[in-house]
Design a protein around this ligand. Sequence first.
Ligand SMILES: [Zn+2]
Ligand SMILES: [Zn+2]
Length: 84
Amino acid sequence: MDEAERAGLLVRPAACEMCGHRAARRRPAGHHEDYARPLDVVWLCTPCHSQVHGPGLVVYVERLRAALAAAEPLLARDLERQGA
Ligand SMILES: [Zn+2]
Ligand SMILES: [Zn+2]
């Protein structure tokens, strides 16, 4: 994932995609729902990230999917712009 980010394929947003929280120093961490699709990343702040990996997983899957769906057109646009 770091390599894709360096190549500009992944743009790390300043805010958590789940709760919109903007950390002053720490940017959200990339969370993969499926490691076979490395560009399918949702960016989560630390509390949200531990929640999706914890017992609250089921509750948050729907919101994660919505975040992913919202991010896909943006990602496609970025790829296009870079001629990838
Ligand atoms: Zn969050
Ligand atoms: Zn994760």
